[in-house]
Design a protein around this ligand. Structure first.
Ligand code: ATP
Length: 270
């Protein structure tokens, strides 16, 4: 049998993506490719547009112009069922975990399985949820608690279990370590690496926590004033040769980044 050629098509391809709010240009022509199985992290200061970029990719915001191709198919302009079909292949860990407080943990994890019609069988959904909870290091007893009974770190684990429950092709991580102490942040970073590897998934994360970025990224891209000013291997981010990147990743007050809102790299557990 002839070996299958390696995947050379990006899992996610952005071309000239633009978004403005009134007079404020937030995304000013973003080009980005994320290859299958790759983990790419977008870094940038507060207000640099990381969340807007993520929302555009997820279809929660419509770009003013440009193209966002997921698995070879254009997604800009899709809505209703067509968008749901795309999103059924995506997993998302929201900032603050965004769990439903009225539902027990296992139902939070199973939510996407039932909603995305991966299964209609409640017992099967619970079984899958329990397996995902074990994967993120939570004991079975946690399954029947409600999120408010859990610590912040445990809630993040539940959010991660939910993100991977549907075995998505692409997982998105929105500031995954925000609000966690440095040790718990490191545990979550390790789990992110382990679970995405286990799925063979592609990962796109946004963060301003450099410890997290360097731990989970194969490549890092820096967003500044609406543009990706540097994209390169994670290992090179501290020797990028770009003065803006250098200032940001070392968290220096002095340098070419002059806008207060642009220079806020955070350590874990900011
Ligand atoms: N729906 C909206 N309407 C108007 N302006 C918006 C909207 N969403 C975002 N913005 C603006 O776009 C800019 C980028 O915001 P965004 O939330 O993407 O930043 P960020 O890089 O994710 O910041 P942080 O790290 O603080 O979360 C900000 O100036 C914000 O006020």
């Amino acid at each position: 049998m002839t070996p299958r050629p390696p995947d050379t098509e990006p899992k996610l391809r952005l071309r000239d993506v633009r978004k403005r709010f009134g007079a404020q240009m937030v995304l000013d022509g973003i080009d980005l490719d994320v290859m299958p199985g790759e983990s790419l992290v977008v870094i940038g200061g507060s207000g640099s547009g990381k969340s807007v970029l993520l929302k555009c990719i997820l279809g929660l915001l419509r770009p003013d112009a440009g193209s966002i191709v997921i698995d070879g198919a254009e997604t800009v302009g899709l809505d209703g069922r067509a968008r749901d079909r795309v999103n059924a292949h995506l997993g998302m860990l929201f900032q603050g975990a965004a769990l439903f407080d009225s539902l027990p943990v296992w139902q939070n994890v199973a939510f996407g399985l039932i909603q995305g019609r991966h299964t209609r069988n409640r017992a099967e959904a619970r079984e899958r949820a329990m397996a995902c909870l074990a994967q993120v290091g939570l004991r079975p007893e946690v399954a029947d608690l409600v999120p408010s009974e859990l610590s912040g770190g445990m809630q993040k684990r539940v959010g991660l279990a939910r993100a991977i429950a549907t075995r998505p092709d692409i997982v998105f991580f929105d500031e995954p370590t925000t609000g966690l102490d440095p040790i718990m942040a490191d545990v979550i970073n390790d789990l992110i690496v382990a679970t995405t590897k286990d799925l063979g998934a592609t990962a796109l994360s946004i963060t301003h926590d450099m410890a997290s970025a360097t731990k989970i990224a194969d490549r890092i891209a820096m967003l500044y004033r609406g543009r990706l000013i540097w994209v390169g291997p994670a290992k090179q981010v501290f020797e990028s040769g770009n003065a803006h990147v250098d200032q940001f990743v070392h968290g220096r007050a002095d340098g070419p980044i002059t806008d207060e809102t642009d220079k806020t790299p955070a350590r874990s557990g900011r």
